[in-house]
Write a protein that binds this ligand. Structure first.
Ligand code: SF4
Length: 571
């Protein structure tokens, strides 16, 4: 099957399908999204205007038999950071698109009527825009139920909730998971849901029908490495087998479980919010671990039921437990699960929204620990009230409106749970990544890295994660650059080395930095906010005190050390 590219012109509601450029053969996911944006999007454009470019790019191996490889990248100029943005998600749409032969969807323009809504219907034989005005304002779960009644059982969906339609800067893009087609997986960061909303796109439905998996160039060798890799993984420690929620205990010990708008690095709620309780509840309430996409061998995604055994949400992750829980001083697991579900329903990032509510609380606008108040805010976001808009636009927006001094953001994006004061390496990543504060850009959970090593470790972690985000592999399956090279070699039928993969990862970072440079970013933007440098946490009174000269080194290529090739995605 020849690879294809879908182009959608929302100004004229026109769709074209063209051959996928041969020079992009080895590009997928984040690498492909970044290249398209650098080539085709004016970095100075209004992120919510017609000139922004919205990209959906499955990883290069998506749709193949490579285990845990079907993630999809969503890319655009971010309305939150004003720089380039890539956020990737599990669920099945990435695999379904590539099984139909489509390596990417590029959406440009804007309908003249801002109230118009459209759906993009994709099968192997036909791609068309369809009217979707009747779905306007729908929350994600009801929307997907409605779509399920229209489309075949084999279809998966990419959707936005009311936050995306309102173009709020904390809005996410949801994808449906493999089991029940719940819109529980999100390309959450950077307000990409607002860009999709600005294009008038309420959903993309991808129906692969009976399309089979993408076939590798070297079938025998490819099957062998899939088998070996799966066996090695299953024989290994499987550190994410209960998901990220069980990280709470370790994060508490490391003083990176932020509490009350990050004034503390530990929370009194660490025991109740520990993901081990979610696992313990499986026996009584049902639910359990599952794979969010077909072929995932990690199965890190938890299904959380309520007291009566009814489905409540999925997946309740460490970051959500931290930002919507401890950071808002909310300690009841069921409350945080409710908030997670509400965020998925309304279509907002749990990290950004949790951080925004915490700033709002810290500014004295509501009490810390007010779980019901936090739930009301989610309803206000959906309803588009003044408060809903302020909080739905993210933590920086709350800081602006309340004039509060403590606003933990970098390049306009809220800082995730992993705290740069105690895990300084991740602070270097937050400062230097074109994405702003994003732990998935490069994280090694080691508080003991000496200052003169922080930049190189951050750089190496950013390289491997950029490469991983381009393959379609989930970071939680932790491939090395050699693993990725082996898969590429036998899938694409040309020799790819680990050095080539390192180069691809570095090129991704360079493309992203170049986009931001053209958008007006300078070294002066590569900083963490004052609160991270002044508000000390933990017994060691830790602050982020890495010198600017050290931070800068992360953007200067240091060469391939043996450590880079020993590294796995998510260190
Ligand atoms: S490891 Fe978790 S997040 Fe990654 S693909 Fe599997 S279930 Fe989804």
């Amino acid at each position: 099957m020849t690879d294809k590219l879908i182009r959608v012109d929302m100004t004229n509601q026109a769709v074209t399908v063209e051959p996928f450029p041969a020079e992009w053969k080895l590009l997928g996911g984040r690498a492909l999204s970044g290249r398209i944006l650098l080539d085709e999007c004016d970095p100075t454009c209004d992120p919510l205007g017609p000139d922004n470019v919205f990209v959906l790019a499955p990883g290069a191996l998506a749709g193949s038999a490579a285990p845990t490889s079907g993630r999809i990248s969503v890319g655009a100029k971010s309305p939150l950071t004003k720089g380039i943005k890539e956020a990737n998600s599990g669920g099945n749409p990435g695999q379904h698109l590539t099984k139909c032969g489509y390596r990417a969807i590029v959406v440009k323009g804007q309908p003249s009527n801002p109230d118009a809504r459209f759906g993009l219907s994709v099968t192997a034989d036909e791609v068309k825009l369809v009217p979707a005005d009747d779905l306007k304002g729908m929350w994600n779960y009801a929307l997907c139920e409605s779509l399920a009644s229209i489309y075949a059982d084999s279809a998966s969906f990419i959707t936005i909730g009311p936050a995306g339609e309102q173009r709020l800067r904390g809005a996410s893009v949801a994808t449906t998971d493999q089991d029940n087609r719940h819109p529980a997986r999100h390309a959450a960061r950077g307000g990409l849901g607002a860009v999709m909303g600005s294009k008038g796109l309420k959903y993309v439905a991808v129906d692969p029908g009976k399309a089979r998996a993408r076939q590798p160039s070297n079938p025998k060798e490819f099957a062998q490495i899939c088998k070996k890799y799966t066996r090695d993984y299953l024989d290994g420690p499987q550190i994410f087998k209960h998901g990220t929620s069980t990280t709470v205990k370790a994060a508490q010990i490391l003083n990176t479980f932020p509490s009350k708008n990050r004034v503390e690095g530990q929370s009194a709620h660490a025991e109740t919010l520990d993901g081990a309780n979610i696992v313990a509840n499986f026996e009584r309430r049902g639910g359990g671990m599952h794979n969010c996409l077909t072929g995932c061998i990690v199965k890190c995604s938890n299904i959380v039921n309520d007291e009566d055994g009814n489905y409540k949400t999925s997946a309740l992750e460490f970051e959500t437990l931290t930002l919507l829980g401890a950071n808002c001083d909310i300690g009841n697991l069921d409350d945080v699960a409710d908030l997670d579900r509400l965020c998925d329903e309304v279509g907002v990032d749990t990290i950004e929204t949790g951080a925004a509510i915490a700033v709002y609380m810290d500014a004295g606008k509501m009490e810390f620990g007010d779980a019901e108040g936090a739930k009301r805010i989610l309803q206000e976001i959906a309803d588009g009230t003044e408060v809903g808009k302020i909080i739905g636009n993210g933590a920086a927006s709350v800081g602006e409106h309340t004039k509060h001094h403590r606003v933990p953001v970098c390049k306009g994006q809220a800082i995730p749970a992993w705290d740069p004061r105690t895990i300084k390496m991740v602070g270097v990543t937050y400062a230097t990544s074109a994405m702003g504060a994003d732990h998935t850009a490069g994280l090694v959970v080691n508080p003991g890295i000496p200052e003169d090593q922080l930049a190189i470790v951050s750089q190496e972690s950013q390289i491997i994660n950029a490469a991983c985000d381009s393959t379609g592999f989930c970071q939680f399956v932790q491939p090395t650059l050699q693993d990725m090279a082996d898969y590429y070699t036998h899938f694409f039928g040309e020799a790819v080395t680990k050095e080539d993969m390192a180069e691809q990862g570095w090129r991704v970072l360079e493309d992203e930095w170049e986009f931001n440079r053209r958008a007006g970013f300078t070294d002066a933007d590569d900083v963490l906010p004052a609160c991270m440098k002044e508000d000390a946490i933990g017994p060691g009174k830790a602050v982020f005190d890495v010198k600017p000269e050290s931070i800068k080194q992360a953007k200067i290529r240091q060469g391939n050390r043996p450590e880079l090739f020993a590294m796995k995605a998510v260190g």
